[in-house]
Design a protein around this ligand. Structure first.
Ligand code: AMP
Ligand code: ZN
Length: 222
């Protein structure tokens, strides 16, 4: 079995399943890119997002439900998570990434890892039904937080398929600078970014906007 089939192999092992339903399962990512990183996979043999059509929208809702369930079961907070698909997946079997926004992990090893989760190479997925409920809840609490509308859901609904990014756009996104996902810091290299992410985790209140000169000073320090 080729390496790209490792996830298919993994979901056949009962001990790997954190949660399962008749339609999908949740496993831990073996090389987590954050403190908490799960994958939700359908049991149906769907190789990737490029094999989805409108008829799969209920399946995506189920994947999203399991994503919410695993976060709840682990006693974590939904708002601390990014949920979505890679625009250019490497492993076979459709898989929804559910990972915490800290990105503090020894398995985060290169710029490709960072940019694949923190540029348009990551396609967020939000359940339409859940989003509506969440919005009502926020209105109830008189909050004004904006909720991202899921592009993926609307693209499938309207176009009946997911389009691939062009090679030039993929290359452009992979080459983007290392921009922090929690403030405007631009790191000169991955070790600097990782150090910065640990600081966010240790002191969440440190999240603030940096001035350009401050950023330059930090990123040019040895
Ligand atoms: P993608 O780039 O979207 O195809 O992501 C594949 C994910 O599968 C990565 O986050 C890997 O860390 C993860 N992965 C690779 N092999 C395994 C495995 N045997 N079990 C669990 N997760 C894996
Ligand atoms: Zn930051």
């Amino acid at each position: 079995m080729s390496w790209s089939n490792a996830l298919v192999k993994e979901i056949l092992k009962p001990e790997s399943l954190i949660i399962s339903s008749e339609i999908a399962v949740v496993i831990a990512d073996k090389f987590p890119k954050a403190r908490h990183h799960y994958l939700v996979l359908p049991l149906a043999d769907i190789p990737s997002i490029f094999h989805l059509n409108r008829s799969h929208l209920p399946l995506l809702e189920e994947l999203h439900l399991l994503a919410r369930n695993v976060v709840e079961v682990k006693g974590l907070h939904w708002q601390d998570f990014n949920v979505g698909f890679h625009a250019e997946p490497s492993m076979q079997r459709l898989h929804l990434h559910v990972l915490s926004r800290d990105f503090v992990s020894p398995s985060l090893k290169n710029k490709k890892h960072w940019n694949s989760f923190n540029t348009e190479l990551f396609v967020p997925y939000t359940s339409k039904a859940f989003e509506a409920g969440f919005m009502r809840q926020l209105e109830h609490h008189e909050q004004t937080k904006e909720i991202e509308y899921s592009e993926l859901y609307s693209q499938l609904e309207k176009e009946n398929s997911i389009s691939r990014l062009s090679k030039s756009l993929k290359d452009e996104l992979l080459a983007k600078p290392l921009i922090c996902n929690q403030c405007e810091f631009v790191a000169k290299n991955l070790p600097t970014l990782k150090e910065h992410l640990v600081a966010h985790l240790q002191d969440p209140k440190s999240i603030r906007k940096r001035t350009t000169s401050e950023n330059k000073r930090t990123s040019s320090s040895p």
